[in-house]
Every structure is written in C-alpha cells, then in structure tokens.
Design a protein around this ligand. Structure first.
Ligand code: C2E
Ligand code: MG
Ligand code: MG
Ligand code: MG
Length: 281
C-alpha cells in the first residue's frame, strides 16, 4: 500500500476500481515516490536572440525517468501532480535545481522556469523562489518565471500580488503559450509581463496558413509597443526563423536551435550546422 503525504485520503488500490482508474492510481503512486527516488531531472533548451543569433538563456523543462515507464512527458504528469497536491514540492525542487545549475553556467545567461497555477495557490511561492535564489547565489535578474494565463484566471488577487512581489526583486515574468487561451489580451492589461511567448501552434501553421504570420507579426508589434520581449516557440526550420525574424520577434526557441538536453549534454554556443542551416535558407 502506498500513501500520499499531505493528503487526507490514502492512495490505495480498491478492489472495485476499473482498469482505467487502476492505472491512473498506479501513476499517482509512482509519482508520489518519484522525488524521493531521484527520478526527476531538469533538461535545458536554449533561448536564442533573433538579432544576434546567439544563446541568451535556457528554459528548464522537467523530465521524469521512471524505471519501467521510461521517460514520462511533463504534459502527462504535471496535471496529475497538480491534482494530487504534489506540484508544490516538485515545483520547489525544479526551482532549486534550475537555479543551482544556472549559477554554474559559463556566462550570465538567463534561466526560465515554468510555474503551475497551483504553485500560486499555495501561499509560499515567493518564499520558495527566494530560497532557491539564496541557496544558489543566482542573481534574481537572471531568473525568468513562465506562467500561463490560467494563473491569473484562478484567485487573481493573491496571484497578482505574488507576481508583483517577485517582479520587484528583478525577476522577469513571461506569459507562456500566448494566444492559446480565451482572454490572453485581457491579461496583458492586468499584469506588466516582461515577455510574451508566442505559442508554437502559430509557428507550426505559418507555412500552411498565411494568416498565422500576420498574427505573429501583430503579437510582436503589440509586445514591442508594450515594452515586452517576444519569443517564438517551436522553431524547427530556418525558413520559420527567417519569417519570425522579419516579423519582429526578439527571441526564438525550438528544435532547430537546440532540443531540451540533460545538463551533461548542454552546449552554450549554437552549433555550426544550426548556423549553416540559417545561412543557407
Ligand atoms: P512549455 O513551457 O510551453 O514548453 C515548451 C514545450 O515545447 C516543451 O515540451 C519543449 O520540449 C517543446 N518544444 C521546444 N521546441 C520545440 C520544437 O521545435 N518543436 C516541438 N514540437 N516542440 C518543441 P515539454 O518539455 O514536453 O514540456 C511540455 C510542457 O510541460 C511545458 O510547455 C510546460 O507547460 C510543462 N512543464 C515542463 N516542465 C515543467 C515544470 O518544471 N513545471 C511546470 N509547472 N510545468 C512544466
Ligand atoms: Mg514554458
Ligand atoms: Mg509554451
Ligand atoms: Mg505549453
């Protein structure tokens, strides 16, 4: 029997559960043990300045290496961690690990960490972030926190206050997956984001749907006029990069420039094939 810490209800198998519920419960149990078992690992993906074509930072992306399941996608386990009340602990670990790694990098590059809405609901987010900075010695100006609009959707006042406090330390706040929600624009009015990350769905569809590049161009112009940096996600080809650069995006991120890599495989300069690919396009 496995029990979840901090939950009123024991996390156990019950005889009358159907197959789907049983496998979900198994996932929950495994997840509740993953931190203790050292199964999490932070990967890093480069963020590239579109003008200088050089690496300016990295985004921390969590990976779960399960001994039997293999590499489990954060898209699968983050929502489960949120539901069973584990995201606070996991998120704190990611923050600590990302800041500790960034403090060892060869240059003063920025490090971006994703935050879940549930991390804002627990009141100790600001303390957790401060703790990660103090322990690592990382300058707050090197830390960027990525949130989706759902953070501001739920419990706005507390979340807004936390965001303002974090920003007052010099930490930058980015709106992730911009354009995919229902009211992205109204959120720009409610909080002074430092950065907008244009969702990769717009980039992906640029080649087949001409309107997409017009939308991207408009978002880049909007960001510029509000004094925000714009980053395009999911850039896989030199052709996409050329279009995004012309559209006025400040930064790009995507497989063409570098995949998320474990610490041991990180490189801090763009590779020759990456640069040659851009020159040839
Ligand atoms: P995100 O923050 O929008 O991260 C970008 C996702 O796009 C990452 O997926 C990344 O690997 C993927 N990606 C980057 N470049 C390309 C590309 O050129 N093509 C394609 N097809 N994909 C690309 P990943 O690592 O699977 O993460 C998925 C989502 O899980 C993230 O989306 C983020 O919302 C969440 N996540 C990841 N790590 C954490 C974490 O530590 N905490 C929280 N709360 N959420 C996390
Ligand atoms: Mg992100
Ligand atoms: Mg995103
Ligand atoms: Mg996403």
């Amino acid at each position: 029997q496995a029990k979840l810490r901090g939950k009123n209800q024991a996390l156990v198998f019950e005889p009358d559960m159907d197959a789907a519920r049983q496998s979900r419960r198994a996932l929950e149990i495994d997840l509740s043990l993953a931190l203790t078992n050292g199964e999490f690992e932070v990967f890093f993906q480069p963020l590239v300045c579109a003008r200088a074509i050089s690496i300016v930072g990295f985004e921390a992306l969590l990976r779960w290496r399960h001994p039997v399941r293999g590499l489990v996608s954060p898209a699968v386990f983050i929502p489960v961690a949120e539901e069973i009340g584990l995201i606070g602990e996991i998120g704190a670990w990611v923050l600590g690990e990302a800041c500790a790694q960034a403090a060892r990098w060869p240059r003063d590059l920025s490090v971006a960490v994703n935050l879940s809405p549930a991390q804002f609901r627990s009141r100790d987010l600001v303390g957790t972030v401060k703790d990660a900075l103090l322990r690592s010695g990382l300058k707050p100006t090197r830390l960027e926190l990525e949130i989706t609009e759902s953070v501001l959707l739920s419990d706005s006042d507390g979340s807004l206050a936390a965001l303002h406090e974090l920003r007052s330390f010099g930490i930058r706040i980015a709106m992730d997956d911009f354009g995919t929600g229902y009211s992205s624009l109204s959120y720009l009015r409610r909080f002074p984001f430092d950065k907008i990350k244009i969702d990769q769905s717009f980039v992906r569809e640029m080649s087949t749907r001409p309107d997409c590049i017009k939308i991207v161009r408009s978002i880049a112009a909007l960001g510029a006029s509000l004094g925000m940096t714009t980053t395009a996600e999911g850039v896989e080809t030199p052709e996409q990069f050329a279009q995004l650069q012309a559209a006025g995006c400040d930064q790009v991120q995507g497989y063409h420039f570098g995949r998320p890599e474990p610490v041991g495989r990180m490189i801090f300069e763009l590779s020759a094939p990456t640069l040659q690919g851009l020159a040839a396009a």
